[in-house]
Design a protein around this ligand. Sequence first.
Ligand code: NAP
Length: 534
Amino acid sequence: MATTVENRIGTEAKVLQSHLGGKWQAGAEQGAALLNPTTGETVAWASSKGLDLKAAMEHSRNVGGPELRKLTYAQRAEMLGKIADALAARRDEWFEIARKNSGNTKADAAIDIDGSIGTLKYFGKIGAKLGVAHMLRDGSPARLARDQNFQGLHVGVPLDGVAVHINAFNFPAWGLWEKAAVSLLAGVPVFSKPATSTAWLAQEMVNAVIDAGVLPPGALSILCGSPNDLLDHLQLGDVVAFTGSADTAEGIRQHPRVRQRNIRVNIEADSLNAALLGPDVTPDSPAFGFFAREVVREMISKTGQKCTAIRRVLVPAEQAGAAIDAISEALRKVVVGDPANATVTMGPVVNMTQRRSVEDGIRRLKTQADVAYSSESLAPVDANLEKGAFVPPTLLKTRSSGEAELVHHVEVFGPVASVVPYRDKEGAFALARRGGGSLAASVFSNDTSFLAEAGAALGTTHGRVLLVDPSIGDSHTGHGIVLPSCMHGGPGHAGGGEELSGLHGLWFYHQRVAMQGAAATLTALSQQAADPRD
Ligand code: NAP
Protein backbone atom coordinates (compact mmCIF):
# COMPACT_ATOMS: atom_id res chain seq x y z
CA MET A 1 0.00 0.00 0.00
CA ALA A 2 2.44 2.59 -1.25
CA THR A 3 0.34 5.71 -1.13
CA THR A 4 1.82 9.17 -1.13
CA VAL A 5 1.16 11.48 1.72
CA GLU A 6 0.21 14.42 -0.49
CA ASN A 7 -3.12 12.94 -1.39
CA ARG A 8 -3.92 12.59 2.30
CA ILE A 9 -3.22 16.12 3.36
CA GLY A 10 -5.71 18.89 3.09
CA THR A 11 -7.96 17.33 0.50
CA GLU A 12 -9.77 14.18 1.44
CA ALA A 13 -9.58 12.23 4.67
CA LYS A 14 -8.34 8.70 4.05
CA VAL A 15 -9.14 5.49 5.83
CA LEU A 16 -5.98 4.16 7.48
CA GLN A 17 -5.30 0.52 6.79
CA SER A 18 -3.51 -1.84 9.13
CA HIS A 19 -0.47 -3.88 8.09
CA LEU A 20 -1.23 -7.37 9.38
CA GLY A 21 -0.19 -10.82 8.26
CA GLY A 22 2.18 -9.25 5.74
CA LYS A 23 -0.48 -7.21 3.90
CA TRP A 24 -2.45 -4.00 4.19
CA GLN A 25 -5.99 -4.57 5.41
CA ALA A 26 -8.92 -2.22 5.96
CA GLY A 27 -11.42 -2.51 8.81
CA ALA A 28 -15.03 -3.30 8.03
CA GLU A 29 -16.24 0.27 8.63
CA GLN A 30 -15.05 3.85 8.31
CA GLY A 31 -14.39 3.89 12.04
CA ALA A 32 -13.08 6.66 14.28
CA ALA A 33 -12.28 10.12 12.94
CA LEU A 34 -8.75 11.49 13.40
CA LEU A 35 -8.93 15.26 13.69
CA ASN A 36 -6.87 18.33 13.07
CA PRO A 37 -6.91 19.84 16.56
CA THR A 38 -6.42 23.37 15.20
CA THR A 39 -9.53 23.34 13.01
CA GLY A 40 -11.55 20.34 14.15
CA GLU A 41 -11.52 18.95 10.58
CA THR A 42 -11.26 15.22 9.99
CA VAL A 43 -7.90 14.22 8.49
CA ALA A 44 -8.26 10.43 8.46
CA TRP A 45 -10.36 7.53 9.64
CA ALA A 46 -9.30 4.33 11.37
CA SER A 47 -11.10 1.10 12.07
CA SER A 48 -9.98 -2.35 13.10
CA LYS A 49 -13.44 -3.89 12.94
CA GLY A 50 -13.43 -7.44 11.65
CA LEU A 51 -9.65 -7.79 11.35
CA ASP A 52 -8.33 -11.24 12.24
CA LEU A 53 -5.85 -10.36 14.95
CA LYS A 54 -5.24 -13.97 15.98
CA ALA A 55 -4.02 -14.86 12.49
CA ALA A 56 -2.01 -11.65 12.28
CA MET A 57 -0.21 -12.39 15.54
CA GLU A 58 0.51 -15.95 14.40
CA HIS A 59 2.06 -14.55 11.23
CA SER A 60 4.33 -12.30 13.30
CA ARG A 61 5.31 -15.21 15.56
CA ASN A 62 5.73 -17.85 12.88
CA VAL A 63 7.15 -15.81 9.99
CA GLY A 64 8.57 -12.58 11.39
CA GLY A 65 10.23 -14.07 14.48
CA PRO A 66 12.22 -16.84 12.75
CA GLU A 67 13.23 -14.48 9.91
CA LEU A 68 14.54 -11.92 12.39
CA ARG A 69 16.35 -14.45 14.54
CA LYS A 70 18.18 -15.91 11.55
CA LEU A 71 20.09 -12.62 11.58
CA THR A 72 22.83 -11.70 14.04
CA TYR A 73 22.52 -8.72 16.37
CA ALA A 74 24.88 -6.81 14.09
CA GLN A 75 22.71 -7.52 11.04
CA ARG A 76 19.60 -6.42 12.86
CA ALA A 77 21.43 -3.31 14.07
CA GLU A 78 22.27 -2.49 10.46
CA MET A 79 18.58 -2.83 9.65
CA LEU A 80 17.77 -0.20 12.28
CA GLY A 81 20.14 2.20 10.58
CA LYS A 82 18.33 1.61 7.30
CA ILE A 83 14.95 2.23 8.93
CA ALA A 84 16.31 5.52 10.28
CA ASP A 85 17.53 6.47 6.79
CA ALA A 86 14.17 5.61 5.21
CA LEU A 87 12.39 7.78 7.78
CA ALA A 88 14.88 10.65 7.59
CA ALA A 89 14.36 10.83 3.81
CA ARG A 90 10.72 11.83 4.35
CA ARG A 91 11.17 13.97 7.44
CA ASP A 92 9.27 16.98 6.03
CA GLU A 93 6.20 14.85 5.38
CA TRP A 94 6.21 13.60 8.96
CA PHE A 95 6.37 17.18 10.25
CA GLU A 96 3.37 18.05 8.11
CA ILE A 97 1.32 15.15 9.47
CA ALA A 98 2.37 15.98 13.04
CA ARG A 99 1.07 19.51 12.52
CA LYS A 100 -2.16 18.37 10.87
CA ASN A 101 -3.06 15.56 13.26
CA SER A 102 -1.34 16.50 16.54
CA GLY A 103 -1.23 20.30 16.34
CA ASN A 104 2.55 20.17 16.71
CA THR A 105 4.76 23.20 16.19
CA LYS A 106 8.05 22.38 14.43
CA ALA A 107 9.82 22.21 17.79
CA ASP A 108 7.19 19.79 19.13
CA ALA A 109 7.33 17.59 16.05
CA ALA A 110 11.12 17.50 16.24
CA ILE A 111 10.99 15.94 19.72
CA ASP A 112 8.77 13.16 18.39
CA ILE A 113 10.15 12.65 14.88
CA ASP A 114 13.84 13.48 15.21
CA GLY A 115 13.72 11.74 18.59
CA SER A 116 12.53 8.56 16.91
CA ILE A 117 15.13 8.71 14.11
CA GLY A 118 17.88 9.46 16.64
CA THR A 119 16.80 6.54 18.82
CA LEU A 120 16.89 4.13 15.85
CA LYS A 121 20.34 5.38 14.88
CA TYR A 122 21.56 5.04 18.43
CA PHE A 123 20.44 1.40 18.69
CA GLY A 124 21.80 0.76 15.21
CA LYS A 125 25.17 1.94 16.42
CA ILE A 126 25.38 0.27 19.82
CA GLY A 127 23.70 -2.91 18.56
CA ALA A 128 26.53 -3.39 16.06
CA LYS A 129 28.86 -3.99 19.00
CA LEU A 130 27.04 -7.28 19.76
CA GLY A 131 28.47 -8.66 16.55
CA VAL A 132 27.62 -12.08 15.16
CA ALA A 133 26.04 -13.37 18.39
CA HIS A 134 22.49 -14.77 18.67
CA MET A 135 22.21 -14.67 22.45
CA LEU A 136 23.12 -12.40 25.32
CA ARG A 137 25.52 -13.30 28.10
CA ASP A 138 25.54 -11.89 31.59
CA GLY A 139 29.16 -12.12 32.74
CA SER A 140 31.39 -15.18 32.37
CA PRO A 141 31.03 -18.84 33.43
CA ALA A 142 31.61 -19.25 37.18
CA ARG A 143 32.31 -22.33 39.34
CA LEU A 144 29.21 -23.64 41.17
CA ALA A 145 30.53 -26.51 43.30
CA ARG A 146 33.69 -28.10 44.63
CA ASP A 147 34.27 -29.64 41.20
CA GLN A 148 35.80 -26.75 39.22
CA ASN A 149 34.48 -28.29 36.06
CA PHE A 150 30.84 -27.72 37.10
CA GLN A 151 30.00 -24.15 36.18
CA GLY A 152 27.10 -21.75 35.67
CA LEU A 153 26.37 -18.88 33.30
CA HIS A 154 23.37 -16.61 32.80
CA VAL A 155 22.36 -16.15 29.18
CA GLY A 156 19.48 -14.36 27.46
CA VAL A 157 17.67 -16.15 24.64
CA PRO A 158 15.50 -13.95 22.37
CA LEU A 159 11.79 -14.60 22.98
CA ASP A 160 10.02 -16.54 20.26
CA GLY A 161 6.73 -14.66 20.50
CA VAL A 162 5.46 -11.31 19.35
CA ALA A 163 6.03 -7.93 21.00
CA VAL A 164 2.73 -6.09 21.32
CA HIS A 165 3.49 -2.39 21.61
CA ILE A 166 0.56 -0.21 22.69
CA ASN A 167 1.29 3.51 22.48
CA ALA A 168 -0.13 6.80 23.74
CA PHE A 169 -1.40 9.61 21.52
CA ASN A 170 1.29 12.14 22.37
CA PHE A 171 4.29 10.42 20.74
CA PRO A 172 3.03 8.64 17.59
CA ALA A 173 6.54 8.48 16.11
CA TRP A 174 8.90 8.15 19.07
CA GLY A 175 6.56 5.78 20.91
CA LEU A 176 6.53 3.48 17.91
CA TRP A 177 10.26 3.48 17.18
CA GLU A 178 11.77 3.63 20.67
CA LYS A 179 10.01 0.33 21.40
CA ALA A 180 10.47 -1.18 17.94
CA ALA A 181 14.21 -0.41 17.85
CA VAL A 182 14.93 -2.51 20.94
CA SER A 183 12.50 -5.28 20.02
CA LEU A 184 13.80 -5.66 16.46
CA LEU A 185 17.40 -5.60 17.67
CA ALA A 186 16.48 -8.41 20.06
CA GLY A 187 14.97 -10.41 17.20
CA VAL A 188 11.35 -10.14 18.32
CA PRO A 189 8.73 -9.07 15.73
CA VAL A 190 6.78 -5.90 16.44
CA PHE A 191 3.00 -5.63 16.55
CA SER A 192 2.37 -1.95 17.08
CA LYS A 193 -0.91 -0.41 18.17
CA PRO A 194 -0.76 3.40 18.04
CA ALA A 195 -3.35 5.51 19.86
CA THR A 196 -6.19 5.95 17.39
CA SER A 197 -6.43 9.75 17.66
CA THR A 198 -2.93 10.30 16.19
CA ALA A 199 -2.32 6.99 14.36
CA TRP A 200 -1.84 8.68 10.98
CA LEU A 201 1.84 9.48 11.49
CA ALA A 202 2.67 6.03 12.86
CA GLN A 203 0.81 4.37 9.98
CA GLU A 204 2.57 6.43 7.31
CA MET A 205 5.97 5.78 8.87
CA VAL A 206 5.37 2.03 8.95
CA ASN A 207 4.17 2.30 5.36
CA ALA A 208 7.45 4.00 4.38
CA VAL A 209 9.57 1.37 6.14
CA ILE A 210 7.64 -1.53 4.61
CA ASP A 211 8.03 0.10 1.18
CA ALA A 212 11.77 0.53 1.75
CA GLY A 213 12.03 -3.26 1.99
CA VAL A 214 14.60 -3.20 4.78
CA LEU A 215 12.75 -5.60 7.09
CA PRO A 216 12.09 -9.33 6.69
CA PRO A 217 8.44 -10.35 6.19
CA GLY A 218 6.34 -10.37 9.36
CA ALA A 219 8.85 -8.29 11.34
CA LEU A 220 6.66 -5.20 11.59
CA SER A 221 2.88 -5.00 11.85
CA ILE A 222 0.62 -2.11 12.75
CA LEU A 223 -2.95 -2.16 13.96
CA CYS A 224 -4.89 1.07 13.34
CA GLY A 225 -8.11 1.54 15.27
CA SER A 226 -9.33 0.06 18.51
CA PRO A 227 -7.43 -2.87 20.09
CA ASN A 228 -10.49 -5.17 19.92
CA ASP A 229 -9.50 -8.72 20.97
CA LEU A 230 -5.75 -8.13 20.62
CA LEU A 231 -4.85 -9.20 24.15
CA ASP A 232 -7.01 -12.35 23.99
CA HIS A 233 -4.45 -13.98 21.69
CA LEU A 234 -1.33 -13.48 23.79
CA GLN A 235 0.65 -16.61 24.54
CA LEU A 236 3.94 -17.83 26.01
CA GLY A 237 6.83 -15.88 24.54
CA ASP A 238 4.78 -12.75 23.81
CA VAL A 239 5.30 -9.47 25.66
CA VAL A 240 3.26 -6.30 26.02
CA ALA A 241 4.94 -2.92 26.25
CA PHE A 242 2.30 -0.33 27.07
CA THR A 243 2.45 3.45 27.27
CA GLY A 244 -0.63 5.41 28.26
CA SER A 245 -2.86 6.29 31.15
CA ALA A 246 -2.82 4.50 34.51
CA ASP A 247 -6.45 3.44 34.03
CA THR A 248 -5.80 1.65 30.75
CA ALA A 249 -2.64 0.16 32.24
CA GLU A 250 -4.65 -1.30 35.08
CA GLY A 251 -7.04 -2.91 32.58
CA ILE A 252 -4.10 -4.48 30.74
CA ARG A 253 -2.53 -5.86 33.91
CA GLN A 254 -5.90 -7.32 34.93
CA HIS A 255 -6.68 -8.78 31.50
CA PRO A 256 -7.49 -12.48 32.06
CA ARG A 257 -5.07 -13.67 29.37
CA VAL A 258 -2.24 -11.57 30.78
CA ARG A 259 -2.89 -12.89 34.28
CA GLN A 260 -3.50 -16.52 33.37
CA ARG A 261 -0.46 -16.83 31.11
CA ASN A 262 1.80 -14.54 33.18
CA ILE A 263 2.49 -12.46 30.09
CA ARG A 264 5.47 -10.16 30.61
CA VAL A 265 4.20 -6.57 30.67
CA ASN A 266 6.04 -3.26 30.81
CA ILE A 267 3.97 -0.26 31.82
CA GLU A 268 4.80 3.40 31.21
CA ALA A 269 1.96 5.44 32.67
CA ASP A 270 1.02 8.81 34.17
CA SER A 271 3.45 10.75 36.25
CA LEU A 272 3.41 13.80 38.50
CA ASN A 273 6.95 14.97 37.82
CA ALA A 274 8.58 17.64 39.95
CA ALA A 275 11.18 20.36 39.53
CA LEU A 276 12.81 21.38 42.78
CA LEU A 277 14.55 24.70 43.39
CA GLY A 278 17.28 24.19 46.01
CA PRO A 279 17.04 26.07 49.34
CA ASP A 280 20.32 27.85 48.54
CA VAL A 281 19.07 29.45 45.33
CA THR A 282 18.19 33.14 45.29
CA PRO A 283 16.62 35.00 42.35
CA ASP A 284 19.94 36.64 41.47
CA SER A 285 21.80 33.33 41.05
CA PRO A 286 22.14 31.58 37.67
CA ALA A 287 20.48 28.38 38.96
CA PHE A 288 17.27 30.38 39.45
CA GLY A 289 17.16 31.39 35.79
CA PHE A 290 17.89 27.85 34.60
CA PHE A 291 15.09 26.56 36.84
CA ALA A 292 12.46 29.06 35.64
CA ARG A 293 13.41 28.49 32.01
CA GLU A 294 13.06 24.72 32.37
CA VAL A 295 9.65 24.97 34.05
CA VAL A 296 8.34 27.14 31.20
CA ARG A 297 9.88 24.94 28.52
CA GLU A 298 8.22 21.88 30.03
CA MET A 299 4.84 23.61 30.34
CA ILE A 300 4.63 24.62 26.70
CA SER A 301 6.64 21.91 24.92
CA LYS A 302 4.10 19.68 23.11
CA THR A 303 1.48 21.85 24.84
CA GLY A 304 2.30 20.09 28.09
CA GLN A 305 1.41 16.67 26.63
CA LYS A 306 4.59 14.91 27.68
CA CYS A 307 4.50 12.14 30.28
CA THR A 308 7.72 13.57 31.71
CA ALA A 309 6.54 17.22 31.84
CA ILE A 310 6.99 19.18 35.06
CA ARG A 311 3.65 19.27 36.89
CA ARG A 312 4.84 20.26 40.38
CA VAL A 313 7.17 23.20 40.93
CA LEU A 314 8.69 22.90 44.39
CA VAL A 315 10.21 26.15 45.66
CA PRO A 316 11.44 27.48 49.03
CA ALA A 317 8.46 29.36 50.53
CA GLU A 318 10.43 32.60 50.63
CA GLN A 319 11.16 32.35 46.87
CA ALA A 320 7.62 31.45 45.75
CA GLY A 321 6.75 35.02 44.70
CA ALA A 322 9.96 35.50 42.72
CA ALA A 323 9.59 32.10 41.04
CA ILE A 324 6.01 32.87 40.02
CA ASP A 325 7.11 36.26 38.65
CA ALA A 326 9.93 34.75 36.58
CA ILE A 327 7.79 31.91 35.21
CA SER A 328 4.86 34.26 34.46
CA GLU A 329 7.10 36.72 32.64
CA ALA A 330 8.19 33.96 30.26
CA LEU A 331 4.66 32.56 29.88
CA ARG A 332 3.45 36.01 28.81
CA LYS A 333 5.62 35.64 25.70
CA VAL A 334 4.05 32.34 24.63
CA VAL A 335 2.16 32.68 21.34
CA VAL A 336 -0.77 30.26 21.16
CA GLY A 337 -2.33 29.40 17.82
CA ASP A 338 -2.16 27.53 14.54
CA PRO A 339 1.28 25.87 14.38
CA ALA A 340 1.36 26.63 10.64
CA ASN A 341 2.08 30.23 11.65
CA ALA A 342 5.84 30.47 12.33
CA THR A 343 5.33 32.93 15.20
CA VAL A 344 3.28 30.41 17.16
CA THR A 345 5.16 28.76 20.02
CA MET A 346 2.36 26.62 21.42
CA GLY A 347 -0.31 24.74 19.48
CA PRO A 348 -3.55 23.12 20.64
CA VAL A 349 -3.90 19.94 22.70
CA VAL A 350 -4.77 16.86 20.68
CA ASN A 351 -8.57 17.25 20.53
CA MET A 352 -11.62 18.74 22.23
CA THR A 353 -11.93 15.77 24.58
CA GLN A 354 -8.39 16.43 25.79
CA ARG A 355 -9.14 20.17 26.06
CA ARG A 356 -12.16 19.43 28.26
CA SER A 357 -10.05 17.04 30.33
CA VAL A 358 -7.42 19.77 30.85
CA GLU A 359 -10.10 22.35 31.74
CA ASP A 360 -11.66 19.88 34.16
CA GLY A 361 -8.23 19.11 35.68
CA ILE A 362 -7.57 22.84 36.23
CA ARG A 363 -10.98 23.17 37.90
CA ARG A 364 -10.11 20.29 40.24
CA LEU A 365 -6.69 21.68 41.11
CA LYS A 366 -8.24 25.10 41.76
CA THR A 367 -10.17 23.68 44.70
CA GLN A 368 -6.80 23.59 46.51
CA ALA A 369 -4.80 26.18 44.57
CA ASP A 370 -5.03 29.70 43.18
CA VAL A 371 -4.27 30.78 39.64
CA ALA A 372 -0.84 32.44 39.63
CA TYR A 373 -0.73 33.00 35.86
CA SER A 374 -3.17 32.46 32.99
CA SER A 375 -3.64 34.60 29.89
CA GLU A 376 -6.78 36.61 30.53
CA SER A 377 -8.45 36.15 27.18
CA LEU A 378 -7.07 33.46 24.96
CA ALA A 379 -7.15 34.53 21.30
CA PRO A 380 -5.28 31.90 19.30
CA VAL A 381 -3.39 33.22 16.25
CA ASP A 382 -4.96 32.18 12.91
CA ALA A 383 -7.42 29.91 14.70
CA ASN A 384 -10.89 29.82 16.13
CA LEU A 385 -11.29 29.07 19.82
CA GLU A 386 -14.67 27.46 19.17
CA LYS A 387 -13.19 24.89 16.79
CA GLY A 388 -9.61 24.46 17.97
CA ALA A 389 -8.53 22.55 21.09
CA PHE A 390 -6.65 25.48 22.61
CA VAL A 391 -5.95 25.96 26.29
CA PRO A 392 -3.92 28.78 27.84
CA PRO A 393 -0.71 28.04 29.73
CA THR A 394 -1.77 28.05 33.37
CA LEU A 395 0.36 28.30 36.51
CA LEU A 396 -1.27 27.56 39.85
CA LYS A 397 -0.04 27.92 43.43
CA THR A 398 -1.25 25.62 46.16
CA ARG A 399 -2.93 27.35 49.10
CA SER A 400 -1.53 25.09 51.79
CA SER A 401 1.41 22.95 50.79
CA GLY A 402 0.91 20.32 53.46
CA GLU A 403 -2.79 19.85 52.81
CA ALA A 404 -2.99 20.19 49.04
CA GLU A 405 -3.41 16.59 47.89
CA LEU A 406 -4.71 16.83 44.35
CA VAL A 407 -1.52 18.35 42.96
CA HIS A 408 0.23 15.08 43.80
CA HIS A 409 -2.42 12.83 42.23
CA VAL A 410 -4.14 14.58 39.35
CA GLU A 411 -2.16 14.60 36.12
CA VAL A 412 -3.47 17.50 34.02
CA PHE A 413 -2.14 16.54 30.60
CA GLY A 414 -1.70 20.02 29.17
CA PRO A 415 0.24 23.28 29.68
CA VAL A 416 -0.41 23.38 33.40
CA ALA A 417 1.90 23.32 36.42
CA SER A 418 1.49 24.10 40.12
CA VAL A 419 3.91 25.92 42.41
CA VAL A 420 4.14 24.15 45.77
CA PRO A 421 6.14 26.08 48.39
CA TYR A 422 8.25 24.14 50.91
CA ARG A 423 9.83 25.04 54.27
CA ASP A 424 13.03 23.00 54.33
CA LYS A 425 14.85 20.38 52.29
CA GLU A 426 13.27 17.42 54.10
CA GLY A 427 9.87 18.95 53.36
CA ALA A 428 10.85 19.38 49.71
CA PHE A 429 11.94 15.74 49.35
CA ALA A 430 8.74 14.58 51.07
CA LEU A 431 6.63 16.63 48.65
CA ALA A 432 8.46 15.20 45.64
CA ARG A 433 7.84 11.68 46.94
CA ARG A 434 4.11 12.36 47.32
CA GLY A 435 3.79 11.89 43.57
CA GLY A 436 3.68 8.20 44.47
CA GLY A 437 6.42 7.27 42.00
CA SER A 438 7.36 9.47 39.04
CA LEU A 439 9.23 9.30 35.76
CA ALA A 440 11.50 12.29 36.27
CA ALA A 441 12.51 14.95 38.77
CA SER A 442 14.93 17.78 38.29
CA VAL A 443 16.75 19.66 41.03
CA PHE A 444 18.40 23.06 40.57
CA SER A 445 21.04 24.29 42.98
CA ASN A 446 24.45 25.94 43.17
CA ASP A 447 25.46 23.43 45.83
CA THR A 448 26.70 20.10 44.45
CA SER A 449 26.53 18.37 47.84
CA PHE A 450 22.85 19.34 48.13
CA LEU A 451 22.28 18.00 44.60
CA ALA A 452 23.91 14.69 45.53
CA GLU A 453 21.78 14.49 48.68
CA ALA A 454 18.65 15.25 46.65
CA GLY A 455 19.56 12.57 44.10
CA ALA A 456 19.80 9.96 46.83
CA ALA A 457 16.60 11.16 48.53
CA LEU A 458 14.53 11.11 45.33
CA GLY A 459 16.08 7.97 43.89
CA THR A 460 13.67 5.50 45.48
CA THR A 461 10.59 7.11 43.95
CA HIS A 462 11.90 8.24 40.56
CA GLY A 463 13.13 6.66 37.37
CA ARG A 464 15.37 9.57 36.40
CA VAL A 465 16.74 12.52 38.38
CA LEU A 466 18.33 15.49 36.63
CA LEU A 467 20.69 17.38 38.96
CA VAL A 468 21.46 20.83 37.56
CA ASP A 469 24.14 23.15 38.85
CA PRO A 470 25.09 26.17 36.75
CA SER A 471 28.02 24.33 35.14
CA ILE A 472 25.51 22.28 33.09
CA GLY A 473 22.74 24.89 33.02
CA ASP A 474 23.00 25.33 29.26
CA SER A 475 24.34 21.94 28.26
CA HIS A 476 21.95 19.43 29.84
CA THR A 477 19.38 17.82 27.54
CA GLY A 478 16.31 18.89 29.51
CA HIS A 479 14.03 17.64 32.26
CA GLY A 480 11.52 16.04 29.91
CA ILE A 481 13.72 14.60 27.20
CA VAL A 482 14.10 10.83 27.21
CA LEU A 483 17.48 9.65 25.97
CA PRO A 484 17.94 6.15 24.52
CA SER A 485 21.06 5.62 26.63
CA CYS A 486 19.21 6.32 29.90
CA MET A 487 16.48 4.37 31.60
CA HIS A 488 12.92 5.57 30.95
CA GLY A 489 10.24 4.57 33.41
CA GLY A 490 9.33 5.12 37.01
CA PRO A 491 8.02 3.21 40.01
CA GLY A 492 4.51 3.23 41.50
CA HIS A 493 2.14 5.70 39.87
CA ALA A 494 4.43 5.92 36.81
CA GLY A 495 3.75 2.27 36.04
CA GLY A 496 6.82 0.49 37.41
CA GLY A 497 8.29 0.01 33.93
CA GLU A 498 11.77 0.27 32.47
CA GLU A 499 12.54 1.00 28.84
CA LEU A 500 15.66 1.88 26.85
CA SER A 501 18.86 2.33 28.96
CA GLY A 502 20.98 1.30 26.02
CA LEU A 503 21.54 -2.41 25.49
CA HIS A 504 20.18 -3.15 28.96
CA GLY A 505 16.71 -2.66 27.39
CA LEU A 506 17.25 -5.83 25.35
CA TRP A 507 16.68 -8.03 28.41
CA PHE A 508 12.91 -7.36 28.31
CA TYR A 509 12.82 -9.22 24.99
CA HIS A 510 14.97 -12.15 26.15
CA GLN A 511 14.38 -15.11 28.42
CA ARG A 512 17.09 -15.11 31.06
CA VAL A 513 18.31 -18.65 31.67
CA ALA A 514 20.79 -19.98 34.23
CA MET A 515 22.82 -22.51 32.26
CA GLN A 516 24.65 -25.16 34.31
CA GLY A 517 27.15 -27.65 32.92
CA ALA A 518 30.76 -28.59 32.33
CA ALA A 519 33.28 -25.80 31.73
CA ALA A 520 33.75 -26.77 28.06
CA THR A 521 29.99 -26.73 27.41
CA LEU A 522 29.54 -23.34 29.02
CA THR A 523 32.56 -21.93 27.22
CA ALA A 524 31.06 -23.11 23.93
CA LEU A 525 27.71 -21.54 24.85
CA SER A 526 29.37 -18.38 26.03
CA GLN A 527 31.17 -18.01 22.68
CA GLN A 528 27.83 -17.79 20.89
CA ALA A 529 26.66 -14.97 23.16
CA ALA A 530 27.53 -11.29 23.54
CA ASP A 531 27.69 -9.44 26.83
CA PRO A 532 25.84 -6.13 26.39
CA ARG A 533 28.10 -4.55 29.02
CA ASP A 534 31.32 -5.17 27.05
P1 NAP B 1 -4.75 5.83 26.89
O1 NAP B 1 -6.11 6.36 26.69
O2 NAP B 1 -4.50 5.03 28.11
O3 NAP B 1 -4.41 4.99 25.57
C1 NAP B 1 -3.14 4.44 25.38
C2 NAP B 1 -3.22 3.31 24.38
O4 NAP B 1 -3.96 2.22 24.93
C3 NAP B 1 -3.93 3.66 23.08
O5 NAP B 1 -3.26 3.06 22.00
C4 NAP B 1 -5.30 3.05 23.27
O6 NAP B 1 -5.95 2.75 22.05
C5 NAP B 1 -4.92 1.78 23.98
N1 NAP B 1 -6.01 1.14 24.70
C6 NAP B 1 -7.12 1.69 25.22
N2 NAP B 1 -7.88 0.74 25.82
C7 NAP B 1 -7.21 -0.43 25.67
C8 NAP B 1 -7.49 -1.77 26.06
N3 NAP B 1 -8.58 -2.09 26.74
N4 NAP B 1 -6.61 -2.72 25.73
C9 NAP B 1 -5.48 -2.42 25.05
N5 NAP B 1 -5.17 -1.16 24.65
C10 NAP B 1 -6.02 -0.18 24.97
O7 NAP B 1 -3.67 6.99 26.92
P2 NAP B 1 -3.54 8.25 25.95
O8 NAP B 1 -4.68 9.18 26.25
O9 NAP B 1 -3.31 7.82 24.56
O10 NAP B 1 -2.17 8.88 26.45
C11 NAP B 1 -2.06 9.82 27.47
C12 NAP B 1 -1.53 9.20 28.73
O11 NAP B 1 -0.34 8.48 28.45
C13 NAP B 1 -1.13 10.24 29.75
O12 NAP B 1 -1.69 9.88 30.98
C14 NAP B 1 0.39 10.17 29.82
O13 NAP B 1 0.92 10.45 31.07
C15 NAP B 1 0.65 8.77 29.43
N6 NAP B 1 1.97 8.65 28.81
C16 NAP B 1 2.95 8.02 29.49
C17 NAP B 1 4.22 7.91 28.94
C18 NAP B 1 5.33 7.20 29.65
O14 NAP B 1 6.34 6.91 29.01
N7 NAP B 1 5.22 6.91 30.91
C19 NAP B 1 4.48 8.44 27.68
C20 NAP B 1 3.44 9.08 27.01
C21 NAP B 1 2.19 9.18 27.59
P3 NAP B 1 -7.06 3.76 21.44
O15 NAP B 1 -6.40 5.05 21.22
O16 NAP B 1 -7.49 3.08 20.22
O17 NAP B 1 -8.13 3.85 22.50
